[in-house]
Design a protein around this ligand. Structure first.
Ligand code: UD1
Length: 421
């Protein structure tokens, strides 16, 4: 990331997007794959890693734990020492929520972990109670102290039955990675089913773990004594692919999303079809075309395979310019409507009541200065800028850089007038 660390995205609208965009590896997979290399001493290699700031922060975190991390294009090699440090400091953890994914690997392999609590962010509070309760089920003494989660299991973890109160992605990942080196069998019920979980599980299996039920509500893990380093290719980013799909529909354009996996986006693509888009499968991806003003669509976010909360800003933006009235309900993160007040600066007609947003579509929005509050809100605001009259300035663009490699360049290649200031 050589460009400005905190750019403003300048968007000149309205625009119609047309062309092909290539999807890179998934942020939310790559970060976790990197974290779990800690489970085995030696060199593990992760391919198809996106060139985004978060990946480099995870690299710094692993370096701070004693690993040697090398980047070569889209490939990251992590050389893990026999005895990595077990303390992940707040200075790095605060920059990256996924840092919490070092908790499971460290406690199960080293018998102790001290990981700073990442804290909340602009999408609402993000608890760690399921992570802590699950580690306790596995026999660890785990508690929060002075802003750190401290987990101890000097004699190793012991397999257990764990029932998650909510299919949390992060808790499923941490507990699955902790259980792979526990003694005996662990069963995680009400597990998250996201493709990221399947990807992570497949990497763990390549390292020698015994896991069944990936992608279902119940994941069974038979602990093994040790794991070996392995190589893995990150799956394509379904949220980035979904963002381009919404961009095509909003701008009445046509985008071929190369490397996008339509099966990972079944419900969002169904919603786009309901809004009037034509979605077709093409060789190595899919294509979204929209020939008319979108029709308003109601959406409720839910854990996978439901409509992803990470695409909620995009569907709100689509509805802001759609024909009709829509209700968008957020069921995963309580504070995820914070960006709505920014969208209102572009003239959008939206009323928020608790976890419901009620949207009446307008023909066109009007360009203004807005602030990106998180990764997905930032991308959504850029899309809104594409369908606004005049210039939209999206400030705090570092959020966008955290999730979308070469966002401005990709937009320009599709015909948008976007610059990074
Ligand atoms: C991950 C993704 C994020 C995505 C989210 C849901 C990463 C880095 N981030 O976040 O982009 O939006 O999944 O698909 O992969 N919860 C608790 N206690 C816990 C854990 C979670 O109450 O111990 C709550 C959270 O506050 C939230 C809900 O459960 O309301 C879902 O969170 P979770 O699935 O854990 O999201 P993350 O893994 O943080």
């Amino acid at each position: 990331m050589s460009e400005s660390a905190n750019p403003t995205f300048r968007v000149e609208g309205p625009t119609r997007l047309q062309g092909t965009v290539k999807i890179s590896g998934a942020k939310n997979s790559a970060l976790k794959l990197m974290a779990v290399t800690l489970l085995a001493p030696g060199k593990s290699t992760i391919h198809n890693v996106p060139d985004i700031a978060d990946v480099h922060i995870m690299g710094e975190l692993l370096t701070s734990l004693g690993c040697a991390v090398t980047f070569d294009g889209a490939t990251v090699t992590v050389d893990v020492p026999e005895a990595p440090s077990v303390r992940a400091e707040y200075a790095l953890v605060r920059k990256l929520r996924a840092s919490i994914n070092v908790l499971g690997p460290l406690v199960t392999r080293m018998g102790r972990a001290e990981v700073a609590m990442p804290g909340g962010d602009a999408i609402g509070s993000r608890g760690l109670d399921f992570h802590i309760a699950g580690l306790r089920d596995l026999g660890a003494a785990a508690h929060a102290e002075h802003g750190y989660v401290i987990a101890e299991a000097p004699d190793g973890l012991i397999g257990a039955a764990i029932e998650l109160k909510f299919p949390s992605v992060g808790a499923t990942e941490n507990l699955m990675t902790a259980a792979v080196l526990a003694k005996g069998q662990t069963v995680i019920d009400n597990a998250a089913r996201e493709p990221d979980i399947v990807d992570l599980g497949n990497f763990l299996i390549a390292m020698g773990a015994k896991i069944e039920g990936l992608g279902s509500h119940t994941i069974s893990i038979e602990g093994v004594a040790s794991l070996s380093p392995a190589a893995h290719t990150t799956l394509p980013d379904r949220i980035v692919a979904g963002t381009w799909a919404f961009a095509a529909a909003m701008t009445r354009g046509e985008i071929t999303i190369e490397g996008g996996v339509a099966e990972h986006l079944e419900i969002p693509l169904d919603k786009l079809v309901a809004a009037g888009a034509v979605v077709t499968t093409v060789h190595n991806g899919f294509k979204v075309r929209m020939d008319r003003r979108p029709t308003a669509v109601d959406v409720s976010t839910l854990p996978y395979p439901g409509f992803p909360t990470d695409l909620q800003p995009m569907v709100i933006c689509l509805n802001a310019i759609a024909d009709g009235h829509a209700l968008v309900t957020e069921n995963v993160f309580e504070g995820r409507f914070m960006f709505v007040s920014e969208l209102q600066r572009l003239g959008a007609d939206i009323k928020v009541d608790g976890h419901h947003a009620s949207i009446t579509g307008l023909e066109v929005l009007s360009g203004a200065e807005v602030v990106a509050t998180d990764i997905r809100a930032g991308a959504g605001l850029v899309l809104a800028g594409l369908v606004s009259d005049g210039v939209t300035l999206v400030e705090e663009g570092h959020h966008i850089d955290r999730g979308y490699p070469n966002f401005a360049e990709n937009l320009c290649a599709l015909g948008a007038r976007v610059t990074r200031l």
